[in-house]
Design a protein around this ligand. Sequence first.
Ligand SMILES: Cc1cc2nc3c(=O)[nH]c(=O)nc-3n(C[C@H](O)[C@H](O)[C@H](O)COP(=O)(O)O)c2cc1C
Length: 201
Amino acid sequence: MTTIRTTNFFPALGAGATPLDIATAPENPLRLLESWVDHVMAIEAVEPMFVTLATASASGVVSSRTVQLLAIEEDTTLFTTNFGSRKGVEMLETGRVAVSLYWRETAQSVNFTGSVEDDRGVQASRVASFHGRDLPDEAAHLAKFQALVESGEPIARPDYWKWFRVRVDAVTFWEGHPESMNRRIHYALKDGAWSKGMVQA
Ligand SMILES: Cc1cc2nc3c(=O)[nH]c(=O)nc-3n(C[C@H](O)[C@H](O)[C@H](O)COP(=O)(O)O)c2cc1C
């Protein structure tokens, strides 16, 4: 049996990252998320946009997985998935998700929750693949994909593969500081207005 030992090491804010400051934190947390993303992009952090997306079934059974955060918009974040997948079915059942991300380069983390909005306007092209289905013959699958690519025919967009937006309604920003004097700011949306405050970390 392998025993995994934790150490006292705790990450601290990366050089060049702007420390969290409640005095200057923007009114809308998505603007802060954008500025953090701009920074991790600028320093070429490793795969900075892969995040954990958690969902729950109507009966309260929870699940999570890695997805790509594709865009941050005015009040929403954008993702894409197969709505026949477990997460897709659960999002349809509850209309809610939680998202977590952590960047080791800056020792910053963001957790947010929100409601799911189907985006019919932007459909991803996923014809050859039905995500999550058994793949008994990979060669045939690849041949089908190749034939489709080479056919020159217009590629239809299947309706199960959808972009979706998360309309964000609560966000917590966390960053590591030396001696575990970590810093957290929590935002909550109520009646259309954001409030924010520091939380002991
Ligand atoms: C780095 C990485 C990025 C991924 N990005 C997505 C994504 O953007 N959308 C998606 O549906 N699945 C993505 N996946 C696959 C999911 O993690 C998951 O395996 C799949 O969507 C099925 O999840 P579910 O059965 O819980 O719904 C990604 C996996 C990894 C490791």
